[in-house]
Design a protein around this ligand. Structure first.
Ligand SMILES: Cc1cc2nc3c(=O)[nH]c(=O)nc-3n(C[C@H](O)[C@H](O)[C@H](O)COP(=O)(O)OP(=O)(O)OC[C@H]3O[C@@H](n4cnc5c(N)ncnc54)[C@H](O)[C@@H]3O)c2cc1C
Length: 397
């Protein structure tokens, strides 16, 4: 494995640096309606220069370059260096767009991809239901065909950003008599359709969390038949494409967080001595550093596979499991180092770094569950990656 960049990439790195020195991003470009003008302006500029939607074809609103993973790494490194997000970290661009590129009709790609990449449309993901989380294929929200529409009834839960979204990619049961994986369809549902009620759910992170959490109730909601992605009843395959992209996008900038953690340990004192001088805490930091470096080199190994056109296989399955746990463990060390101040959050005047570590702790705990829990990831790795026997099913009463 070669860990150096070819000299031919130097020009590209300089070009990205120059762009970042000349163009300042808006202060915030998140998902709210108020941020829409600055979000759309900034994302459109990034697309124009090829730093966002780089490999999305031009006819769908992207930059239209061929894939070059090394350029992607360079862009990520340079944007991280100046602390600017490269694009919008949201479910539409990272999960729906790659799904539409694989399974969407030409009409759907033309209609939805460009506005999603430019941040004109915010999406939410309507998968989970009360009682159907890990066992997602047991979902019950129904969709019955009526003329040119489907009529949807049911309830979704844990729907991140549903209160900000204009659209939802939702899983519904269209063939109630088919086997559970067979009767599901994948539909694009406008969130302003009559019959949708959104209720906000409070989370432990209070007002410092990044995402909003909701439950969504559907009563006789009409969605055009043209909004079904792929074939009716074949939504399970499409849902899994989205999940694959969700899990690979749940990555972390472990090295950056580690540097921040080391700085905290230099500053925080325990009994008048910096936490960094404590053998116990230093030992924990070293172990985290080893894991962060392992994940970095693991990422490079996957990159090399990808450049050679080889599938990542089991290596790809461990990314989400390891990175989410690593983020949580780094936050846990930071909170321990802060002692009793570590327990403060929600804008206490004594909190450190404006609650960054508390927010990271609660957010990464959520990510260990979201997108498929750690236990489910371990099952997938064991059964699909390592070929171990399937988990025994509980006996029927
Ligand atoms: C931060 C966050 C954001 C989310 N955003 C969204 C969203 O936008 N849209 C959406 O649709 N959903 C979202 N979710 C929901 C998420 O996908 C589910 O919470 C997750 O799939 C787990 O389902 P559940 O909560 O029903 O737990 P359950 O499936 O009830 O699991 C409970 C426990 O049992 C374990 N378990 C269950 N089955 C097995 C098994 N076969 N083997 C071993 N252990 C098992 C689980 O690992 C877990 O520990 C989000 C969740 C979080 C935390």
């Amino acid at each position: 494995m070669d860990l150096e960049f070819d000299a031919s990439y130097d020009d590209f790195r300089s070009e990205v640096r120059e762009f970042l020195s000349k163009n300042k991003p808006p202060k915030t470009f998140g998902m709210s309606e108020e941020e829409k003008p600055s979000r759309v302006g900034w994302l459109s500029l990034l697309i124009e220069h090829g730093y966002w939607a780089r490999t999305v074809p031009k006819e769908y609103g992207g930059y239209g370059d061929s894939p070059d993973l090394l350029k992607t790494v360079i862009m990520d490194e340079e944007f991280n260096r100046v602390g600017v997000a490269r694009g919008l970290n949201a479910q539409g661009p990272s999960m729906l767009v790659p799904t539409l590129l694989t399974h969407g009709s030409e009409e759907q790609r033309k209609k939805w991809i460009g506005p999603t990449m430019r941040g004109e449309i915010i999406w939410c993901q309507g998968y989970s239901e009360p009682g159907s989380g890990s066992d997602l294929a047991s979902l019950q929200t129904s969709a019955v065909e009526d003329g040119d529409d489907f009529i949807l009834n049911g309830q979704k839960i844990w729907t991140s950003t549903a209160d900000m979204a204009q659209m939802c990619f939702i899983l519904v049961r269209t063939e109630p008599d088919a086997k559970k994986h067979a009767g599901i369809s994948y539909i694009l549902m406008p969130m302003d359709s009559p019959g949708i009620e959104i209720q906000r759910l409070e989370t432990m992170s209070g007002s410092i969390g990044e995402n909003s959490f909701n439950q969504v109730f559907l009563t006789d909601v009409r969605v055009p038949r043209a909004n079904v992605v792929g074939k009716r009843g074949e939504g399970w395959k499409i849902a899994n494409t989205t999940l694959k992209h969700e899990r690979s996008s749940l990555n972390s900038n472990a090295e950056g967080t580690l540097v921040r953690l080391a700085n905290l340990m230099q500053k925080e004192t325990i009994g008048g001595v910096p936490a960094m001088a404590s053998p116990l805490y230093r030992d924990r930091l070293m172990k985290l550093q080893a894991r962060a470096l392992t994940m970095k080199h693991h990422g490079m190994r996957m990159l090399t596979c990808s450049l050679k056109g080889e599938p990542a296989g089991v290596a790809g399955l461990i990314v989400k499991l390891q990175n989410c746990q690593l983020s949580f463990d780094m936050a846990a060390l930071a909170l321990d180092v802060m002692g009793e101040l570590g327990a403060l959050y929600d804008h206490s005047k004594y909190e450190r770094e404006r609650g960054y570590w508390q927010a990271l702790s609660m957010f990464s705990l959520g990510l260990i569950i979201g997108g498929g829990t750690a236990q489910i990831q371990k099952n997938i790795i064991a059964e699909h990656g390592l070929g171990l026997p399937r988990e025994p099913k509980p006996a029927k009463a």
